[in-house]
Each structure stands twice: as C-alpha cells, then as structure tokens.
Design a protein around this ligand. Structure first.
Ligand code: R5P
Length: 312
C-alpha cells in the first residue's frame, strides 16, 4: 500500500515539509470555487489502493477549510483510497466542547461526527484544546504534542528568575508540563471569559513578583486571554517583557497589535497554521513537520506513536 500525502489549501508549506521528510511528492489536486461560491476539488493522480494522509489544519477560514478537507476525503474515497487518515494539526471548533450558556450547539461534537461522515479511519491532531476531545471521535485519534519542541525553543527565555504562567485554569496542566520541562515554578491567572474578544481577570495564584513570565497556552486567537493575563501579572509585580508560548497562533484581527501593546517581547508558536505576513512582536516559529512526518511514517508501517502523544 503506497504512502500518499495530499493537502488542501490551509497550510501548504507544512504539508510540503511533511512530504519532504517522507521523501514523497504531494499528490496534485485542484481546488476551485464555482461562481456561486461552492467548492470544487479534484485529485489529479490516482490514489486507488493507497494509504492516504490528508493534511489540513482547520484554522481560519474554519468552515471553508473543514469543508475542503471533507471534499478531498470524498474524492479520495471515490477513487478507491484503501485507508484515509485526517492530519489536522489545528482542530477548529475544539473550544465548543459543551453548552456554556443554554441553547447552544456543541460544535466540537458535530465536527467529530463530520470526520466520521468523511470516512476517515483515523485522525492525527496536535495539542487539542482539551484532551477529552479525543472521546468525541468514534475513530482512533492520535493526539500528538508539540510541547517538548516548544519548550526547547522557550528554554533561552527561561532563566532562574522565570515563572511559567497558565493564563487561565484550563491551561494549568499545560503550564505544569512546561514547568517540569523547564525546571521553573508555575503560577495561574484566574480568568473569566466575557465574550469572544473580552475576558476579565480576578487574581493570580503563585509567586510572580520580581519574576519574568513565560505565559503558555494551547492557542492564541484574539489575544484577549494573553493581554489580560500579562496585565494582571504586571499588577502582581512580575517583571516587564513576557514571553508567550502557544502551539497554535491564529492571531485573529488585531491580536498581534494587542499583544504588542501589552508589552510582550517574544512569541513562540508552532507552524501548525500559516505565519502572519507581518508582526509588531517577534515571532519564533517552531517546525512540527518532523513530528507529523514521524507519526505518519509509523502509522503507515503499523508502529506505535505512543512516545509522541500528549498525556495531559
Ligand atoms: C481558552 O480556554 C484557550 O485555551 C485560549 O486561552 C483562548 O481560546 C485564546 O483565545 P483568545 O486569544 O481570543 O483569548
């Protein structure tokens, strides 16, 4: 069964990096829009009988990238792909994992069901918003983690006077993991989300006074969480000039300007999503193509990926 890598339009450089590592060429495909806005996809080389890995993070534009993934899966199935794996370095809708207020949809559950409809046998994801999301999928999910790679990139910024900070309670275990890898103490900011773009902070647990913060999170979207956390840390006596580490940098709207205004000196994110064209804050991009290629190669050969998985 041939190993085949195919990608949508969401992050072509990452798919190219994976293909290079695996010494294969990406399967050519066309992605078009009809005048009425509908998508049309076509795989231009036979994948009949192949072990196909479809690489597509479902970041912004989330709905378009998700549908493109499903259409490509359908095209592969109809062409006779033997096995189909979704490689989704960033999974959109992951934060919609429960009804927070009332008559809401649970987007994460619906998206997991869509993967089933797409007839994927398996999904590979990286640093999901919550580890429990794995249970939303009926198929096996290989939940990889980029945290060890990100922690190595952050090491030069983690001196003796550093403190690893979770910007909300949901990130506390993640911060603990970074704290262990970097040998740093951990603090937690207590956050309440007010809306999609605004949060409020009501306290900091842990000693941050006179320390430089290394704020860690799974993702940065509008920057509201990091902005509020860094301001609260300043008020609690932390030194100015925080470093922020996150697996997924979405940087929606004016997030980067907001982070610059908050005084963040360095951002470290993986390349799960395309890099912004420009940024007022220096961004260090950590490559995860090797991690994904290693997982794909092992899955193709029927070997364990246990040491690459997130255990949070
Ligand atoms: C929330 O629980 C997540 O871990 C992130 O902290 C949050 O989604 C980031 O979003 P934003 O940058 O818009 O605050």
């Amino acid at each position: 069964m041939a190993l085949t890598i195919l990608t949508g339009s969401a992050n072509v450089p990452l798919a190219e990096a994976i293909a290079r590592r695996l010494a294969v060429t990406l399967v050519p495909r066309t992605l078009e829009r009809f005048p009425d806005g509908e998508m049309h996809v076509e795989v231009q080389k036979s994948v009949c009988g192949d072990d196909v890995y479809l690489v597509q993070p479902t970041g912004p534009p989330v709905d378009g990238n998700l549908l493109e993934l499903m259409l490509l899966a359908d095209a592969c199935r109809r062409d006779g792909a033997r096995r189909l794996t979704a490689v989704v370095p960033y999974l959109g809708y992951a934060r919609h994992d429960r009804r927070a207020r009332g008559r809401e949809a649970i987007g994460a559950r619906l998206v997991a069901d869509l993967f089933q409809v797409g007839r994927f046998e398996r999904t590979v994801a990286v640093d999901l918003h919550s580890p429990a999301l794995e249970g939303f999928f009926a198929m096996p999910v290989e939940h990889l983690t980029a945290v060890p790679l990100l922690a190595e990139a952050a090491r030069p910024f983690a001196g003796e006077q550093s403190v690893v900070v979770a910007p909300d309670l949901g990130a506390a275990k993640l911060a603990d993991h970074y704290g262990q890898l970097l040998g740093s103490p951990v603090a937690v900011v207590h956050k309440t989300r007010l809306s999609g773009t605004e949060v409020s902070v009501h306290g900091v647990s842990g000693n941050v006074r006179g320390r430089r913060a290394l704020v860690v999170d799974d993702m940065i979207s509008t920057g509201a969480t990091i902005d509020a956390a860094v301001r609260a840390l300043g008020a609690a006596g932390a030194l100015p000039g925080s470093t922020v580490v996150a697996t997924h940098g979405l940087f929606c709207g004016s997030a980067l300007e907001r982070l610059a205004a908050a005084g963040i000196e360095q951002l470290i994110v993986s390349d799960s999503l395309p890099a912004p064209p420009r940024s007022p804050v220096p961004i260090q991009s950590v490559a995860i193509g090797g991690l994904l290629a290693s997982a794909i190669e092992r899955l193709h050969r029927g070997r364990s990926v246990a040491d690459l998985l997130a255990h949070t």
